[in-house]
Design a protein around this ligand. Structure first.
Ligand SMILES: [Zn+2]
Ligand SMILES: [Zn+2]
Length: 303
């Protein structure tokens, strides 16, 4: 069984995200440990860290991951932006470590001048340096496969594999697959044949032992669009079938599968309450997961 959950807001402090995960009956969740569109965040207080960790433990929520700031670009050749990105990613890793998170989900980066190969090398070397400086840490770098918009790297399994290989197969690098990014970047996970071929390729190039997280989002844009627009589960170009296969696929047993779909607008961030959109998307995923018992024929595809 996968562990279903969603990205949760930290409005009101990090422990509030745990409360939100609990009211949505999540088994795992994702947070931003600071504002994702700003370089700097306020330092985390000791009491806030302690309370967060205690509540996560008490609610048996695991794993918890963070998503790094969207400003970070480790593939840039611009020295100032590179320095800023290194400092910001270092801070992301330190925050995740303090909070006891499994890892930090990171968009690998966009190459600037130079090309793809140079960009991939810059990403790998930067991450290696950051992990090497934190040798005693546990938190992982989780490279998110991307939609391939513009010069974004990490949109093919080959690129993810090349970053990992250049990091010397570092034990603290993992991968996050986002269903919206898969279809947008051209991996057809909708047809049974496309699904089988996609994950056979993933297993061969990256390896299932590297796969630590799924982001489950439907896509507003079609196969190969290279545009990243999340849609509610079952309402976009993916439909329900790919999700049914993923939540019941034995290769993904026990993995966190987290929603990053749009929340209900106009609700007070100060109050802990169930978001009807998250609730519906989670209910849909749970109903697909339960179908493992009721519809044994859907299993045969994967075994
Ligand atoms: Zn992302
Ligand atoms: Zn994602």
């Amino acid at each position: 069984m996968p562990r279903l959950g969603a990205h949760m807001s930290v409005a009101g402090g990090l422990p509030r995200a745990v409360e939100r995960a609990i009211v949505h009956q999540c088994e795992a969740f994702q947070i931003f440990t600071k504002n994702a569109s700003q370089w700097r965040g306020r330092p985390l207080g000791r009491e806030e860290i302690r309370e967060f960790r205690a509540r996560v433990r008490a609610a048996r929520l695991r794993p918890v991951v963070s998503h790094a700031s969207y400003l970070i670009n480790l593939a840039t050749t611009n020295p100032a932006l590179r320095q800023q990105s290194m400092e910001a990613m270092a801070d992301e890793l330190d925050r995740a470590e303090a909070l006891g998170l499994l890892g930090v989900v990171l968009h690998p980066g966009c190459y600037t001048i130079g090309g793809e190969a140079e960009g991939l090398a810059l990403i790998a070397d930067s991450l290696f340096e950051l992990l090497h400086a934190r040798r005693r840490g546990k938190t992982l770098v989780l490279l998110e496969h991307t939609a391939g918009q513009g010069t974004a790297l990490g949109a093919t399994f080959e690129q993810l594999a090349s970053i990992i290989a250049r990091m010397g197969d570092h034990r603290r690098v993992g991968v996050c697959l986002d269903t919206c990014h898969l279809i947008a970047s051209g991996y057809d996970i909708c047809s049974p044949e496309g699904y089988a071929a996609t994950f056979t390729q993933f297993g061969r190039l990256v390896g299932f032992d590297r796969l630590k997280v799924f982001h489950l989002n439907d896509s507003k844009k079609p196969l190969g669009s290279r545009v990243d627009r999340h849609e509610h589960i079952g309402q976009g170009c993916l439909g329900l079938e790919p999700f049914r296969r993923i939540v019941n696929d034995r290769r993904f047993r026990g993995l966190p599968m987290l929603l990053e779909t749009q929340k209900t607008e106009g609700r007070s961030p100060a109050v802990i309450q169930v978001d009807p959109l998250d609730e519906r998307n989670l209910a849909t995923l749970r109903s697909l997961r339960k179908s493992e018992v009721r519809r044994p024929e859907s299993l045969r595809l994967e075994t």
